[in-house]
Structures are given as C-alpha cells and as structure tokens.
Design a protein around this ligand. Structure first.
Ligand SMILES: *Cc1c(COP(=O)(O)O)cnc(C)c1O
Length: 422
C-alpha cells in the first residue's frame, strides 16, 4: 500500500515515509492510496484482539517491511482489554480506556511507538495535546533510547491528574506548559514543521493524531465491535463518537468504508461546534477554542477535517453520511449526574457528550464510544455527584512519581528555543 497527501494524489510515499514525516510536505495529511475492502466478513475471528487487529491492518502494510512484524507489534501495543458491552435498551458501550494512561489515545500512541521502534528510527517527537495525547505518547515512548518526546499542553487548561500523567516521565520526555490554548500548541507544532531546516537538522516528527500510524490502529476497535455485534444480531450498529480533532471519528469512517457493518456515524462535540455549523452552512469555518468540561475535545480547528473531506469530498455526500451534535457544559454535567443516580456508575465528561446524544437518537442499536476513564476527570465529576471517584492502581502509581514541567510563551520561536536547547 502506498500513501498520498490529502492535498495532492501525486504526492506518493511509502508507509514508513508517511509515518516518519507525519505531515506531508504540502501541508496535507497522509491517507492510503485506496481503502482496502473487507473480504468474507462471516469468517472473521473476533476472539483475540491482537490477532484480529493484525488481520484487519495487514492490507495497509502490504509491501512494507513492517508487515512481517505486524502481529507482534499488535500483541505488544494492545495488551489490555477492549470491552464492548450492552448498557441499556438498544445501547452498547465500547470502552477504550483500559490502556496504561486510561484513554483511547493509548491505542494510537502505543502502536506508533511499536512502528518507530521496529523501524529503528532516531527522532524528536513533538506532540501538541489537549490532555490525553500527551500522557499516552509520553507513556508509550518513555525509556526509548532513540526517541525524545516534547509534549506541549495548554497551561492550566487540563486536569491535575492529566498534567501529572504528562510530567512524570523524565529522561527522554520533556513537558512544556504553553501560555495559551490547545490551538496555540497545535499552531506552534505546525510552525516548526514549516521550518524545513530545523525539521531536517533535528530529525523532527510528530505523534499527533495526524500521524497515519495513530489513525490505523483506531480503525480496529470499530471493526472489532461492529463485527461482534453483527455476528450476534445480524444487523449493523451506529456509533456515537465524542470528538475534538476528529481523529477517532475519521477512523470510524475508514472502518465503514472498508465494509464493516456500521449503519451510521454521529459526531458528539462539546460547545466547540465547528462540525454542526459546517453541516448546516456548507461552509467550514475554524474558530477560537472554547474551554469546556470535556477538555480533550476543546478544538476549534480540527486537523482531521481534512481527512474526512478527502473521504467525502462532495458536501451533499458528506452531509448525508455525517451528523453532528454540539453538547453544552450544562448538558454534560446533568448527564454525568443522571448516570450516577440511575446506574451508580461514573462516566467521563467526554463520554457524557455521547451519552447525551444517544438520548436524542432513534431506537435503533447505537454504540457509545467511551473515550476516557472517569478517574482522570475527578475534578469535574466529584463536585457533581459528591462521591469520590476511585483511582485505578495504574494511575495511582503514576501520581506518586516526581514531576517536572517548564512554562513557555505561545510562539514558534519559544518552542524552537526548547528544541535547539535540548
Ligand atoms: C482526544 C480525546 C477525544 C477527541 O478525540 P479526537 O480524535 O481528537 O476527535 C475525546 N475524548 C477523549 C477522552 C480524548 O482524549
């Protein structure tokens, strides 16, 4: 399989090159030249996640040197559970937060780390994060002698536990608190990539959700859960995906375009309503980020819009395939409360957007994608329900570690100084 830029189908590279570069030279995002089509779905074996992952991803690795290691990489990256369960009438939940840093970001970050390790790449990884990406990438790469990680996050805009998970790694992981918002962090990383001199001299790459090696493993859990559902119920299921930068929902569309039994896909946004506005006006207008309770989704200029647009270039086709809801902080808070009162269970604020949207939708079968553990967002949940959210053992161990962080101005120059100085 070869990979092309969303902006130019003549800009063709190998999988390894696409992984190493992250962003294409023309500023586009890499996508596979074509979307592999699923053959004999009936015979798919959904008993072992890593084996399933390897078989689904193999066509994307065709002719790559990584193909022979794919199964091993999947076994190492996905060594935790991916529960898919029935939670209410015609309502299911795909829980993606059993990795080491308790959010779905562990799938992409751990798989990318496996790819780069297998490729024996020496690199400096820059990652802008609204919270969960930073910890997932830091965890996935910590201790890797060939790879330095620089994590940028918006100062004072993430939870204490999120910050602790990003700043506790030391060694090859450097954490920078940017005096700004997430979009500043993202803009600074893009600014560095626009500077070809420093990219070359410091061997810089990215682990943001724009990297194709993060997108590919996210296709797997949609393939896995939709196949399980179809094998049991002989009908396709719809998905509601809490979204910010649109990486996770783009993976759902890839699974659907591959032929997995997915009836429809719904984007659940917080108050950052770029997608709902796009669908109602046919005009894509990035906006300033609004700070919300679901902070990992506080994105005003979602990078992966470009991949969705590549998948569905005609607006009418896009509109027919995508729906988006914008959920307010009040609705998030009341949904967290209600879920606790009715079910005695905690949900994170991001998952709450999808739970809220589920209630607005038809009686057909829907799967809520649960993107993070409530334990990471105790500062939002506890005041609402007046009960302590238990801390899982893995998180407790991280919270005990010493932390280190540096604050920098929201400018490309400030980031450049950090790179050159490290
Ligand atoms: C990153 C994140 C999201 C948003 O995912 P995108 O791929 O950026 O749309 C939602 N929920 C949680 C918990 C996240 O960490």
């Amino acid at each position: 399989m070869r990979y092309i830029s969303t902006r130019d189908s003549n800009n063709v590279v190998s999988l390894e090159k696409a992984i190493q570069k992250g962003l294409a030279d023309d500023g586009g995002l890499y996508v596979p030249e074509n979307i592999p089509q699923l053959a004999n779905q009936e015979n798919l074996n959904v008993t072992n996640y890593a084996e399933f992952a390897s078989s689904i991803l193999m066509p994307y690795f065709e002719q790559s040197d990584l193909a022979s290691s794919l199964l091993l990489m999947c076994k190492r990256a996905f060594d935790f559970d991916t529960p898919f369960s029935h939670v209410g009438k015609n309502t299911y939940m795909l829980s993606l937060f059993y990795g080491p840093t308790l959010s779905f970001k562990d799938y992409g970050a751990r798989f990318l780390s496996q790819c780069l390790t297998e490729m024996a790449v020496t690199t400096n990884i820059l990652v802008a994060t609204s919270g969960d990406t930073g910890s997932a990438v830091a965890s996935a790469f910590s201790g890797n002698p060939r790879i330095n990680v620089i994590v940028l996050f918006p100062k004072d805009k993430i939870s204490e536990r999120q910050q602790a998970q990003m700043t506790c790694w030391g060694q090859n992981v450097k954490a920078l608190a940017v005096d700004g918002v997430f979009d500043d962090c993202q803009r600074m990383v893009k600014g560095i990539f626009a500077d070809s001199e420093i990219v070359a001299s410091h061997n810089i790459s990215t682990a943001n959700s724009i990297n194709i090696a993060r997108l590919l493993p996210q296709i797997v859990y949609y393939a896995y859960s939709s196949t399980q559902f179809y094998q049991r119920h002989h009908q396709p299921m719809g998905y509601i995906v809490p979204s910010g930068n649109l990486g996770n929902v783009t993976a759902a569309f890839f699974a659907s375009k591959m032929g997995f039994p997915i009836r429809e896909i719904v984007i659940a946004n917080n108050a950052n309503r770029v997608m709902s506005d796009y669908l109602s006006t046919a005009h894509y207008q990035p906006r300033e980020t609004i700070k919300t309770l679901a902070n990992a989704m506080d994105v005003g200029a979602p990078s992966n819009f470009e991949r969705l647009n590549w998948l569905m270039p005609e607006f009418n086709d896009f509109k027919a395939s995508v729906s988006a809801y914008s959920v307010t902080d009040e609705q998030i808070a009341s949904t967290i409360k209600e879920t606790y009162i009715n079910k005695k269970s905690f949900i994170c604020p991001h998952t709450a957007t999808a739970v809220f949207v589920r209630k607005q939708l038809s009686d057909k079968p829907w799967c809520i994608v649960a993107t993070a553990s409530p334990a990471k967002f105790e500062s939002v949940i506890e005041p609402l329900v007046n009960v302590n959210v238990a801390v899982p053992e893995a998180l407790a161990a991280l919270l005990d570690k010493a932390t280190s962080v540096k604050t920098i101005a929201p400018t490309v120059a400030a980031l450049k100084a950090q790179i050159v100085g490290s």
